[in-house]
Design a protein around this ligand. Structure first.
Ligand SMILES: [Zn+2]
Length: 100
């Protein structure tokens, strides 16, 4: 199961994992200096579907060999991830207000 996320406003990638990083040098396990969570993301390139499909909320995506680590506050949205064998797609959840 993969999660396809939108991060840093409009970039798309597959969420690989979360990491917790402490910003101190305590060696104790019960350090309470605070830590931050980061998301490890495989960056994807996106392509719009052909215009005649009139389906702007779905993009075809391609994974890349580039993984990046971003602060969880950069995560914007979890999208639907659709794997069709050799092709992968990312669908933005449709919000009710968009039907108005
Ligand atoms: Zn500490």
């Amino acid at each position: 199961m993969s999660y396809c996320v939108t991060y840093s406003e409009s970039k798309v990638g597959l969420l690989l994992s979360f990491v917790k990083i402490k910003h101190c040098n305590c060696l104790s396990d019960n350090c309470d200096c605070g830590s931050k969570f980061y998301a490890v993301i495989n960056q994807c390139t996106t392509n719009l579907l052909p215009e005649y499909l009139n389906c702007t909320h779905i993009h075809e995506i391609s994974t890349t060999s580039e993984n990046i680590v971003v602060d969880v506050s950069e995560l914007c949205r979890i999208n639907y991830y659709i794997n069709m064998g050799d092709r992968e797609f990312c669908a933005k959840p449709i919000m009710k207000f968009e039907f108005n």
